[in-house]
Design a protein around this ligand. Structure first.
Ligand SMILES: [Ca+2]
Ligand SMILES: [Ca+2]
Ligand SMILES: [Ca+2]
Length: 192
């Protein structure tokens, strides 16, 4: 799906109106949830976000590590506030899916998170994500040594060799809130 520059992808009716996570959304969430649940206890907690940040920092080096940590912990706070319905300071996959059901009405939040995460992934701050920067994110998140080139090529919607900020924001929104298996953003975390 092509996104207007700086815009969010059009979301499918099912994502916005049914209020039920689809099979695709469950699949996407369970992949990312498993990757993030560092201690494998079935809950996302602050410690998992700390561990993910540590993995990412160890791959990419200490430059910008403090800012990366701020961004990741900021995202944890957003996720916790949006999803921790029983206030036990940890989040289950069902709680995440319940949030996903409502993301159509929270696109400003998705966009704000996408902007911070773009800053996190764009290590050298040149305003675009290279294949190497993307690969280190995938390494941190999934433990894979490299990101499939085919996935990067799809995420680089205009084929200029970089993932621009509008491209990234569109893919991020599609991954979390969209329901289109064929959209490049559905494969943001290289599950394909
Ligand atoms: Ca955990
Ligand atoms: Ca960059
Ligand atoms: Ca591009």
């Amino acid at each position: 799906m092509r996104c207007p520059a700086g815009g969010l992808p059009r979301l499918t009716r099912s994502a916005i109106f049914t209020g039920m996570a689809s099979e695709l959304q469950r699949k996407k969430m369970s992949i990312v949830f498993t990757a993030m649940d560092d201690n494998g206890d079935g809950f996302l907690e602050r410690a998992d976000f700390e561990a993910l940040t540590d993995r990412w920092t160890s791959i990419r080096g200490t430059v910008g590590a403090q800012r990366l940590r701020e961004i990741m912990m900021g995202w944890w706070q957003v996720l916790l506030e949006a999803s921790d319905t029983n206030r036990d300071q940890r989040v289950t996959v069902e709680e995440v899916l319940a949030v996903v059901d409502n993301l159509g009405s929270m696109l400003h939040l998705v966009r704000a998170t996408a902007e911070s995460m773009f800053e996190a992934v764009d290590e050298d701050g040149d305003g675009r994500v290279s294949a190497a920067e993307y690969g280190r994110m995938i390494g941190a998140w999934t433990g894979r040594e490299s990101a499939p080139e085919a996935v990067f090529a799809r995420l680089d919607t205009d084929g200029d060799g970089w993932i621009s900020k509008p491209e990234f924001i569109g893919h991020w929104a599609e991954f979390w809130a969209g329901d289109d298996e064929d959209a490049p953003g559905a494969h943001l975390f290289s599950a394909a």
